[in-house]
Design a protein around this ligand. Sequence first.
Ligand code: NAD
Length: 252
Amino acid sequence: MSDTLKDKIAIVTGARRGIGKEIALKLAKEGAKVVVTDISQEDCQKVVEEIEKLESEGLALKLDVTNEEDIKNAVAKTKEKFGKIDILVNNAGICLLEDIKNLDLGVVEKILNINLKGLIELTYAILPEMIAKKYGKIINIASIAALVSWSKIHTYSASKGGVIGFTKGLAGDVAQYGINVNAIAPGAIETPMLDSILKELRMTREQVCQFTPKGRIGKPEDIANACRFLASDEADFITGQVLIVDGGYSIK
Ligand SMILES: NC(=O)c1ccc[n+]([C@@H]2O[C@H](COP(=O)([O-])OP(=O)(O)OC[C@H]3O[C@@H](n4cnc5c(N)ncnc54)[C@H](O)[C@@H]3O)[C@@H](O)[C@H]2O)c1
């Protein structure tokens, strides 16, 4: 265990599996105490058990980012157990494919509510605490889908473009309070989300690798490493930025 994030308190959303879980474990390995949140408290508890094996401390909470009560409860429970919130990783997200011949505003609403509105609501609930103690690191998980075109995910792309806009806009306003706000834009990362997208689009991993200069699919740890850096004081002079972690996919 390292002590880059010793005594820091972090909340990670969408952390029962995939990228969020890896981020939670990485922050814990760096010495942070991590509040593991997702739509299922039971799954989060399993991640907390892994954190405890690393001799760190965690707290599992049900937090659906579209549920106002869950948001209030998460802030209250975190402060009750750990006394403060230093790091917020807004990772929760969904990717629903849309067929241009069968458009449905219900799908649009679902994507925007979770990926953008939920992210903003949770951030607003935590900001007063960070502003009061003049310290905070907010890391928003966007996507290279905000920057390059992929088939059938235009609203998802819009939601992630919104996340990037929110990141830059907020960063300028809160820098004076010692708060850094940055985004990470992952490329294709091996998680349940990528698996279902590739299946629905009938794409193979080999096809994705062909367009990726590094020649491989990303691992959740690739994103967790970037997040660890942005959550640390080593990144103190970095704010309002988008760190693209995609093996070079977006430079082609
Ligand atoms: N995997 C990729 O290739 C990829 C690429 C770019 C960006 N991303 C982004 O990375 C983040 C993590 O995705 P992943 O690949 O690990 O996917 P994933 O589906 O494995 O994990 C997403 C997590 O978010 C949770 N979640 C969904 N709705 C929620 C809600 N309303 N409230 C709280 N949590 C909710 C899910 O339960 C799940 O645990 C997402 O924001 C995603 O858009 C992923």
